[in-house]
Structure formats: C-alpha cells, structure tokens
Design a protein around this ligand. Structure first.
Ligand code: PAF
Length: 282
C-alpha cells in the first residue's frame, strides 16, 4: 500500500489505473480509524478494482471551540488497518496541500437542510465538509465514494452537492457499525471516561424505544421524540442537543412519521458530543 501526500502523486496513480480500465473507490476519512471506517473500506474493496482512503483532519469543518487540536491522530495504526483491509493507496495531504496560501474557494449548500440537526449547533460545518469532499472528488476522481450512515446529515448533504453540482461519482451509504451495547462506533468515543461511556448506551436504547413505538402504530413525531428524550434523561450525565424526526431527503421536520424519515439525535456526555440515527421503515 502506497501513501501519497501530493495531488500530483495521487492523480498520476489514479490516471494509470483508469488507463488500465480499473474502477476506483474513495473512502474519505479524518483518520483515527475504527471498525466503522474499516467497513467502508471493505465495501469499496468489494465493489471497486482499486481503493483509495484519504486521511485528512479538515480544519474547515471544525468550529472555533471544537476539538481540532485534540482530534485523535493515529496515522501508523490507521495504515496498518487499511493495509489489512486491502486498501491500495492512502492519500494523506498536509493542510498546505489542501489549502495553500491564498486558497479562496468554498462549496455551500444553500437549502435549509444545512441549518437543521447538527447544522444548527455547528454553523459552517457542512460548508467545510462540502469544500473538502468536493476537492477530494476533483483530486481523486473516484467512480464511487463511501460514507457511513451514522453521519446521516453529512451523507444527505454530500448527495445533494453531488446532484446539484453534477459530480461524476456514485455516493454509497454504508450501515452504522455498533459496539456490543449498540453505541455507534465513532472516533470520538475514545474521549469518554468509563462512566460516560457506560451512560452513552442509553442512546441505542432510546432508538429501540422509538422503533417499538412506531411498530405499535405511533405516528406523532413529537410523541416519539419526547419519549426518547425522557428515556435519555434517565441518564443524569446526558445533555441532549436534539432528538428530532425529519424527512430523509430534505431533513426538514416531520409531524407525521412516514417511511424514509430519519430519527436523529445528538447528545453530549461530558465534553463528548455523540450523534446517531435510524431510518424509519414499516
Ligand atoms: O466523516 C468524516 O470523517 C469527514 O467529515 C469527511 C467526510 C472525511 C470530510 O472531512
């Protein structure tokens, strides 16, 4: 497995693969890889001839008071995992490679979907995500790109960007990978102490509760969200940012729950902000 740092290196390699008629999958990451990322690499390796994983902690998607400096950086271990999973190339640019002096472009979705859910408490976050993902698509020119469904709003925003700006790439969403107690795997889980980590198991319980309510015929988004919040609040450490049910495509709030809606939550345990979601089906 090779590591490319410059745009030229990765472009030359991808061009060579394409000349040979090989398809290319891209797994964009910020490193600190876990089983969730590994499953994206597996999906790419399975459906594309060559897989590129990008590792870049993107400063443009972190707010001023967020965890950019302390974000876990585990490059050697990441490369070990990627090699084991059959990744062909790592693209690990520096900040200067991605945003050289004088850099002055950005990609912004202008519909209200970016102001919902996490967008409300993380202004500018999705502009940073779209800018870096748009650049990665232009640099790597993959046939397919793989993202986790855990970051459901990110996935919806990237799909919208690809559609509206005609990026020539297929966006593939991959299922959330969970710990034994149902907690979604996340690079930020390592921030929690034992007590916070144990308490965080309540998030999955609240989603099971919502699924049970829906299965029993409950269709009021407000009732379902309130019951989830009440259950989460039984863990004294949990500080709820939001529990909301929204349309799966527009991310605008739903009153009556329908198939395809997204049940989404963001909750802090200490300084660790966790998100999770499921898509309604019946
Ligand atoms: O999901 C992430 O890790 C990041 O938001 C992404 C898509 C790699 C862009 O920096």
């Amino acid at each position: 497995m090779r590591v490319a740092v410059t745009v030229e290196e990765i472009r030359n390699q991808v061009k060579e693969w394409k000349r040979e008629g090989l398809s290319v999958g891209l797994v964009p990451t910020m490193g600190a890889l876990h089983e969730g990322h590994a499953s994206l690499v597996d999906a790419s390796v399975k459906s594309c001839d060559r897989t590129v994983t990008s590792i870049f902690v993107n400063p443009k998607q972190f707010g001023k008071s967020e965890d950019l400096d302390s974000y876990p950086r585990t490059f050697d271990e990441d490369c070990r995992i990627l090699e084991e999973r059959g990744c062909d190339m790592v693209f690990a640019p520096t900040v200067d490679v991605m945003y050289p002096d004088g850099f002055g472009a950005e990609i912004q979705i202008t519909t209200d979907m970016v102001n919902q859910l996490c967008g409300a408490s993380r202004p500018g976050h999705f502009k940073g995500v779209c800018t870096v993902v748009g650049k990665l698509f232009n640099i790597v020119a993959p046939d397919k790109a793989f993202f986790g469904e855990k970051d459901a709003q990110q996935l919806a925003v990237i799909r919208k960007m690809v559609k509206d700006l005609n990026f020539d790439v297929e966006v593939v969403g991959c299922p959330t990978i969970r710990e034994a107690d149902g907690l979604a795997k996340s690079s930020r889980n390592v921030y929690m102490n034992e007590e916070e980590r144990n308490a965080a198991g309540i998030l999955y319980q609240s989603m099971l509760k919502a699924q049970e309510l829906i299965k029993n015929g409950e269709r009021s988004a407000e009732t379902i969200a309130e019951q989830m919040k009440a259950l989460i609040a039984t863990e004294g450490m949990a500080q709820i940012d939001y529990v909301r049910i929204v349309d799966g495509l527009t991310l605008l709030p739903t009153d009556e729950v329908k198939a395809g809606d997204l049940v989404a939550l963001a909750v802090c345990f200490g300084n660790t902000r966790l998100i999770d979601n499921f898509t309604v089906s019946f």
